[in-house]
Design a protein around this ligand. Structure first.
Ligand code: PLP
Length: 411
């Protein structure tokens, strides 16, 4: 059968879906002699294998029903109770009605798309923003407008004008240790964002996969906590508000569990449950049992601490190496947490071209920044992760990349 026969069968939605040339290039990054500063993958050496082994054994022996049977779409109730406790540590009082367990934060973003986006709707995103969100929402026919980022996160001084002019369906925000930019939104700006969203009755979608990975400084309350405090009486649960918050176990436990959650006002949460039902019925009960066991045994803080101790050294190694090996004229962000930092190359550089050269000559991979822009700009930027390799490998990777930048002649 000719390919054209199929072309006519595809839905409009499938035509909105995009695949990335960068993903193609990065397939080379899997080769063993390449130092990858590219993917956002946690270090597999930090997976708590022994603890998980015990928890799985225990769950299968003592609780096989809920562990292996179909479950409810909202998620295993005791687990949602544990998630409510996790959220209370993040400064918000909620109960199970506010919560939906998802197959990773990525599914949370997709469900938000199903719930909120009609074809042609405008979504406000930061510039740059998370590639996976753009992909998810493009498939629903979304258009994007952008707001700038600086070292204090979203430039909220631009916000009101954009809201007035474009009336976006929702605002997508990554306040903590932004992917890809590595920056964190200040408390003052968070308050401005929440206040403006409130006065224009616009939803905020808060994506927070990295919030617990803070290597220095104090935690700043998430938008959802600020919003809840402003819209509900003291001590009241989160009944009224504008934020849909997405969390995940991918960076603090293991991404292969495909386990995340949504916290939202109950009405939105109920609707999201309906959206999920048609997608996958429910999130893996085995994965929920593992994470629940982890929470119940009080193992999460120790695990997060191990991750922090490891990644902090890697971040420091990268910052040191950047200062030592990168040529003048290159700038970068200084993340207080998370997995990434953002590099701004001198004018005229094209980081896709640079990547092709760097993979060949220096055997180092990174992600070209243009992938994170909805308008195809950002050619002179790139994203690095410091988390995937030990400090000496990170340093070696930065040294080679610095050499490639210094030797690169823009076309
Ligand atoms: C900003 C952001 N949102 C969502 C996700 C998806 O996370 P999950 O593995 O929970 O689906 C990621 C993964 O890297 C991310 O960086």
């Amino acid at each position: 059968m000719e390919r054209n026969d199929w072309e006519e069968r595809y839905s409009q939605r499938s035509r909105w879906m995009t695949s990335s040339i960068i993903r193609e290039i990065l397939k080379f990054a899997q080769q063993p002699d390449i130092i990858s500063l590219a993917g956002g993958w946690p270090d597999a050496a930090l997976f708590p294998v022994k603890e998980m082994d015990e928890i799985v054994h225990d769950a299968l022996m003592h609780n096989p029903g809920p562990t292996l049977q179909y479950g409810v779409t909202e998620g295993y109730k005791p687990f949602r109770g544990a998630l409510a406790e996790l959220m209370s540590e993040r400064g918000i009082s909620i109960d199970e009605d506010n919560l939906l367990v998802t197959s990773g934060a990525q599914q949370a973003l997709d469900l938000v798309g199903r719930l909120l986006i009609d074809p042609g709707d405008t979504i406000l995103v930061e510039k740059p923003t998370y590639l996976g969100a753009i992909q998810a929402w493009r498939a629903y026919g979304a258009q994007f407008v952008t707001i700038d980022l600086d070292d204090d996160g979203m430039c909220t001084d631009q916000l009101e004008d954009i809201l007035r002019e474009h009336q976006p369906k929702f605002i997508y925000a990554l306040p903590n240790f932004h992917n890809p930019a590595g920056v964190t939104m200040s408390l003052e700006r968070r308050k401005q964002l929440v206040t403006l969203a409130n006065s224009y009755s616009i939803t905020i979608v808060e994506d927070d996969p990295y919030g617990q990975l803070r290597y220095e400084g104090d935690h700043i309350p998430p938008l959802v906590a600020l919003d809840a405090a402003g819209n509900n009486g003291p001590g009241e649960k989160y009944l009224r508000g504008n934020v849909i918050y997405a969390g995940t176990f991918s960076k603090i436990l293991a991404p292969g569990l495909r386990l995340g959650w949504i916290c939202a006002p109950p009405d939105a949460a109920r609707r999201l449950v309906m959206a999920k039902q048609g997608t996958d019925l429910h999130t893996s009960t085995l994965s929920q049992a593992i994470a629940y066991g982890f929470c119940q045994r009080g193992l999460l803080p120790g695990q997060v601490q191990r991750i922090l101790d490891t990644y902090r050294l890697r971040r420091d190694a990268m910052l040191e190496a950047l200062a030592e090996y990168f040529p003048p004229g290159v700038r970068w962000t200084r993340p207080e947490g998370g997995l990434f930092l953002w590099v701004m190359l001198p004018d005229g550089f094209d980081s896709v071209e640079l990547l092709q050269e760097t993979l060949k000559k220096e055997r180092v991979a990174f992600v070209p920044g243009t992938a994170f822009y909805t308008d195809g700009s950002g050619h002179d930027t790139l994203r690095l992760t410091f988390a995937s390799s030990p400090p000496e490998v990170v340093k070696q990777g930065v040294k080679r990349l610095g050499r490639a930048i210094a030797n690169h002649t823009p076309k």
